[in-house]
Ligand binder design. Sequence first.
Ligand SMILES: Nc1ncnc2c1ncn2[C@@H]1O[C@H](COP(=O)(O)OP(=O)(O)OP(=O)(O)O)[C@@H](O)[C@H]1O
Ligand SMILES: [Mg+2]
Length: 780
Amino acid sequence: MTSFRSGDKVWAEDRDLAWVEAEVLDVRDMLFVVATAQGKKLSVSKEELLPRDPEAEHGGVDDMTKLTYLNEPGVLYNLARRYSLNEIYTYTGSILIAVNPFAKLPHLYSEHMMEQYRGVRFGELSPHVFAVADASYRAMLCEGRSQSILVSGESGAGKTETTKLILQYLAHVGGRAAFDSGTVEQQILESNPLLEAFGNARTMRNDNSSRFGKFVEIQFDANGRISGAAIRTYLLERSRVVQISNMERNYHCFYQLCASGKDADKYKLGHPSCFHYLNQSKTYELDGISSEQEYLRTRRSMDIIGISSYDQEAIFRTLAGILHLGNIEFSPGNEHDSSTVNDAKSIFHLQMAAKLFMCDPDLLLATLCNRSIQTHEGIITKALDSSSAVAGRDTLAKMLYALLFDWLVESINKSVGQDLDSKMQIGVLDIYGFECFKNNSFEQFCINFANEKLQQHFNEHVFKMEQEEYGNEEINWSYVEFVDNQDVLDLIEKKPIGIISLLDEACMFPKSTFESFSTKLFQSLQNHSRLEKEKFSATDFTISHYAGKVSYQTETFIEKNRDYVIIEHRNLLFSSKCKFIAGLFASFPEWSSRSSYKFSSVASRFKQQLQVLMGTLNSTEPHYVRCVKPNSLNCPQKFENQSVLQQLRCGGVLEAVRISLAGYPTRRTYSEFLDRFGVLAREHMDACFNERDLTEGILQKLKIQNYQLGRTKVFLRAGQIAMLDARRNEVLDSAARFVQCRFQMYVVRKRFIETRVSIIAPSSILPEAIISLVLDKRLE
Ligand SMILES: Nc1ncnc2c1ncn2[C@@H]1O[C@H](COP(=O)(O)OP(=O)(O)OP(=O)(O)O)[C@@H](O)[C@H]1O
Ligand SMILES: [Mg+2]
């Protein structure tokens, strides 16, 4: 372990700033007296200090692996330095870290910039998201293997913006020359504003927060041209349709429709403050955004994607219907525990909702106020009290909105079209990052489950595979430890005893409560090292995630995990005269189940979707972009050390730095190596037939050190492949010049002969044989 002497430049731990620059003044009784750059004098232990490079470049380094002292403060301050100069991208080996600038930087993303990065070796230019997109595109073409780019980070870190830039770049390099509307690539790009209108909303963390996860798979033909695409979405937050907290908003599309002028009038809409689903929060506008303009933008995207005007009208009519539905209030009816529509205003909204859904208003009323129940004596109709009627109304709104969203995704997929023959794809994943709030519910549980899965994928690729490969190849390697999270995954998803299985079981019993679920959970999994019971609550549980502990409140777990369609809701909307609305429910059969509810588990379906996603990711070569949110105020040029550090830890960046530098990032089988670099030692190639020896010969000739020769592969340290490539390019260049020179000589000679012959031949003074003899002699 490092020890320090007076005069040493160090980083000292600090409660507020995480680490601060300091200098050792004195050493006393195993304690170090240091002076910080802020002018404080501290007495600290060795554990609170780390070495600092006093000659660190002011502008920082573009790859963390180039840092002299690769430690936490070094990484942190390198990012901070670069961020202050608007250098928002930094590499950590092959991982790209992107710090959200919260400011427009158009020069970074121009077409000129895309051209700059096109075909250029990764790492040669400044770090950029285009470089990652280009590396994946070229790797796909060269190796014929599908790629994936995993974009992660917390809410507001810039995942969606980064994903859009990647798609733009791929459309640029893989698009057709004529970039007019209707091309596959433009439809792919236009799917973004459309999905954002219906799937994004203002939250406390981000004005344009994606409330769903997304995996966009771009398909390419054998020539590297985009030939199709598929979008998969995950877990849309449905509760937002009916319930929003202050300062947040519902989905953007509702506000856009309210501001649409003629259309809003047609559907009897007004200011958002008139609607219960929108006025629970008093935030109606977004800074710098005009809902009216955005409405036109959404309409344009729909046109480009090819959604017919009939369907467009039906979509907005359905949205308007949902807003009117939400304004129907109930009061107690004449009979015990029954309900009826409150007043004239509610009757108006009921009639408007029925009109817009194109269904019978009496049937809508009956559907909202009654429920049929299967008993031993047959089906009976039970009246609902007011609060159950409100809950049923909200369930209908949520279900309808979720089906509408799924319809949009499917319609984008249909219109862009799939290339079933495509052998090469690039998938881009934009999915919610790890979440830990004051109150964490079912949504956070699912999101953090997804992040555990992705972390495992990251672990496997960056850590496990690395170490296994070194082991298999029997090369010297001191194992770097990493945290394996398989046990957390088992806790969550293992059958029959895991949190999801136990939750599903609870959901299937109508009498279950969150208390009975929690009790069963603690009984069944009491010895699991990753699960804890909260001290001051009998029902909250805490999971030790890879990124830290999170306590979950279980009150709404059962309700949120139950995904069901109430049969009366299905029957009501299936009877709609609007083909679009009836079509949304077409996939739900008119089941004759014993109950009015058809349960399916949200968590289990999500688990299954994640499994499919992991299968896809595992068959591709991954690239990672870690987005970082520099501050919680969403403002430019403010860098909060503690929060950034936590994000770097959660994203595995700090671990990756360590392993990347300690290991051998480049490895090639001997034959691959010789195919590429054999030209560097042609003299050996003829004399020796042992690939391993030949490889060693080349490396020694170029004076490369610290490489490792494994059983089947050669392992190179970071940067060595670049040296080899540079030398190879020199050799190839000079060979090319030699060939070119010879070819030019040949052409000149041929022309010369032709000219001479055409001049001399007609005169025919000398016989042909003599002419050619003279020419040959000359040319020699
Ligand atoms: N590269 C960038 N250049 C300029 N601004 C950016 C960039 N990336 C992000 N931003 C700004 O940050 C905001 C939040 O980014 P974004 O919506 O991509 O976050 P996110 O990670 O997708 O969050 P969520 O998980 O909530 O969906 C954007 O609306 C934009 O204002
Ligand atoms: Mg987003």
